[in-house]
Design a protein around this ligand. Structure first.
Ligand code: ASN
Ligand code: ZN
Length: 332
């Protein structure tokens, strides 16, 4: 056993202003290893695709806030991973992705002009591209939380990444991405029910996905239909994202943190929201206790109804809201 003091370096991030990042003393300098969060490590791939180098810094002040500085993406990635760690620990009592207290690895500056980010079980790591022209690393809070949640899903429900179970897997990442962003309450990146609104992949300031009305992205499904298992998992996720929005906030128009939402139900029914925090508890309980590799939408309805019963009682208002929200997205 070796005691390591938990350091908190100062980071200048690209998307979240000035933040704290967990670091660890190493020789005369510091490594970007988060001693307070299972030694989660952040690596610089320096435009390669494997290996890379653990970020190291002499004075524990990291990045400049500008993407041209290699450390900046490391700051955002480390901060996003730290927020996600704290979310699972504080809200759900889960220590780390596997619940075993062990940190994972973040890797930034993957390849060139790479406009994506991804999680891999094989390296227990998440990897971020630098975007078009290597000018916009995809390291916002919600992207980090989305990717890290893929690790949590692998360790729990492990819904197979195709068909309806794949949509539920993707939605789980979007749901907890929104949850982490709300809980973080970062002044530069307030919580919302949008996914990827900061990284501007579309180039026109629009987000990648909308949870109140997923079809606003041009491809995602608002409601279940018999074709739901045949579309890309990032589109069938819309059904569960929409369920989560309805359960949290209810149907109709609403403004939160300056963002306007307007969530319709399939049949025009009215859904009363129970608040995001209860909806998160219900989804997490279903994910960790009931979802399996083959869970489809019909089963997800049964599992979340059961989870709501476990948490809030059979016949509770919360359980009825779960039923109403699923009915609203045509999962009956
Ligand atoms: N960024 C994508 C995701 O995490 C990568 C993928 O398609 N798996 O969903
Ligand atoms: Zn994903």
């Amino acid at each position: 056993f070796q005691y390591q003091a938990v350091e908190n370096g100062k980071g200048h991030s690209q998307y979240s202003g000035d933040v704290e990042v967990g670091s660890t003393k190493s020789g005369s300098g510091f490594d970007l290893t988060d001693g307070g969060r299972g030694d989660h490590k952040t690596f610089d791939l320096n435009h390669g695709s494997s290996g890379g180098k653990l970020f190291n810094d002499a004075d524990d002040t990291w990045g400049t806030g500008k993407p041209a500085d290699a450390q900046t993406a490391g700051v955002d990635a480390a901060y996003g991973a730290g927020l996600t760690w704290d979310y699972y620990k504080d809200v759900h009592g889960r220590s780390g992705i596997k619940g075993d207290g062990k940190g994972a690895t973040s890797r930034v500056h993957y390849g060139n002009n790479y406009v994506n980010a991804f999680w891999q079980d094989s390296c227990f790591c998440m990897t971020y591209g630098d975007g078009e022209g290597n000018a916009k690393p995809l390291t916002s809070i919600d992207v980090a939380a989305h990717e890290m949640t893929h690790g949590v899903t692998s360790a729990t429900g492990n819904m197979e990444y195709s068909g309806e179970s794949g949509g539920l897997n993707e939605a789980t990442s979007d749901i907890f991405a929104a949850a982490v962003e709300f809980k973080a309450d970062n002044a530069q990146d307030k919580g919302d029910y949008l996914v990827g609104e900061k990284i501007d992949i579309n180039g026109d300031g629009t987000p990648l996905r909308y949870m109140d009305k997923p079809s606003k992205d041009g491809s995602s499904l608002d409601y279940w239909d018999t074709n739901a298992g045949n579309v890309d998992v990032h589109y069938s996720s819309g059904i569960a994202n929409h369920f989560f929005y309805l359960l949290s906030e209810g149907s109709g128009a609403k403004e939160i943190n300056g963002v306007k939402y307007d969530s319709p139900t399939k049949d025009g029914s009215k859904v009363e929201g129970i608040g995001r925090e209860k909806a998160e508890k219900i989804w997490f309980k279903a994910l960790t206790a009931y979802f399996t590799t083959t869970t489809d939408y019909a089963q997800a309805r049964k599992d979340t109804v059961k989870a709501a019963g476990d948490l809030y009682g059979a016949g509770s208002a919360e359980q009825k809201a779960v039923e109403a929200a699923w009915t609203g997205v045509n999962v009956k």
